[in-house]
Ligand binder design. Structure first.
Ligand code: ZN
Ligand code: ZN
Length: 341
């Protein structure tokens, strides 16, 4: 077999630059790390964090954090029974490396361990033929799950599922999904399969048919006057998942919530927003947020999605198309996946 030393990888070289495809050395797995031969990498809005240096990453950096591939080489000390060569695995935003002994690790918040790595930010990501990550970053792809369709679940999927699971809403709760794009179309499916009654919320009615097919029982056009009243008439809304980064939607969403309702922020709103405290206090309402998940959370998400036939709507592109896909990500109604292998 050919003993290759270099691979193709998509890297950001400077703040604001485009992703450039370059040849670089195939990385070696350190002690406790694993090398993965990448099959697919999903394109996520957060790739722009690397592009624009929002999290102060170093350059050049291989971006991409919805990485799906097969275990190809083990570093020293990695359990060969648990991590078998050829196993299909996924890596999300959290690049593992938790210490296990700090306050956050001991409180089951290992995502916030100061040693935790971020895939495609503090270590090279998945727009490359190979990636190396600590073994604690890996989740196993359930048998029979379609690899290509699984990639977007590694970041978008886990964010939606974990954010909801940790709120402990009762089955039958009325949950609104605001923004039916890459995150929202997955949120409708997770909400429905978790037993909630779903209100899809979007501008215009072009997303109504798809939303209902994905499991929404109601559709509210938020471009129309009176949508807040319409929400209230449907019932007492327990939660609205904000998946569209528009600051002006925060206050009306709070008004649309029922008593004890929660506005769940799942996207970064790029500017400060207004929230009226009286609206909140007079209804015990709150604004909560959620930050992805670790590899155990990803495993739970994949198992739940597989069991419940949750699938993203995807379009697949070659690595050369990443820049174009990222430029249009805000308009996309689906998740994009880059085929690497
Ligand atoms: Zn992401
Ligand atoms: Zn720790």
């Amino acid at each position: 077999m050919e003993d290759r030393k270099t691979m193709s990888a998509g890297v950001f070289k400077k703040v604001g630059g485009n992703l450039e495809i370059v040849k670089m050395s195939i990385p070696k797995p350190k002690q406790g790390w694993v090398r993965i031969k990448v099959h697919y990498c999903g394109v996520c809005h957060s790739d722009n964090s690397c592009k624009y240096g929002i999290l102060k990453n170093e350059y050049p950096r291989v971006s991409g954090h919805e990485v799906l591939g097969e275990i190809e080489k083990l570093g020293d000390g990695v359990d060969p029974i648990k991590f078998k060569i050829g196993h299909l695995v996924g890596v999300g935003w959290n690049g593992g490396n938790h210490c296990g002994s700090c306050r956050e690790c001991l409180n089951n918040n290992r995502l916030f361990c100061k040693n935790s790595l971020i895939t495609g930010i503090s270590i090279d990501g998945g727009y490359a033929e190979y990636i190396v990550v600590p073994s604690d970053a890996l989740a196993f792809i359930p048998e029979g799950m379609n690899a290509e369709e699984t990639a977007p679940l590694l970041c978008a999927g886990v964010t939606v599922y974990c954010s909801l699971k940790n709120q402990n809403f009762k089955k039958g709760s009325l949950v609104g999904v605001l923004g039916i794009g890459g995150l929202g179309h997955l949120a409708i499916q997770f909400c429905k399969k978790m037993g909630y009654e779903v209100i899809a919320m979007s501008r215009g009615n072009s997303k109504e048919k798809t939303s209902r097919e994905l499991g929404a029982s109601h559709f509210v056009d938020i471009a129309k006057e009176g949508w807040v009243e319409q929400m209230k008439q449907i019932g007492s809304v327990e939660c609205i998942l904000l998946t569209a980064p528009f600051p002006h939607l925060v206050q009306p969403s709070l008004e649309a919530l029922g008593v004890n309702g929660k506005l769940l922020l799942l996207c970064i709103i790029p500017e400060p927003f207004f929230a009226d405290s009286l609206t909140m206090i007079l209804g015990n309402k709150s604004i909560v947020s959620w930050y992805v998940g670790n590899s155990n959370d990803i495993q739970d998400t994949l198992d739940f999605a597989h069991k419940n036939h949750i699938k993203p709507i995807i379009q697949t592109f070659p690595l050369q198309a990443v820049n174009e896909v990222l430029d249009k990500i805000n308009e996309a109604n689906f998740r994009s996946v880059i085929k690497i292998l």
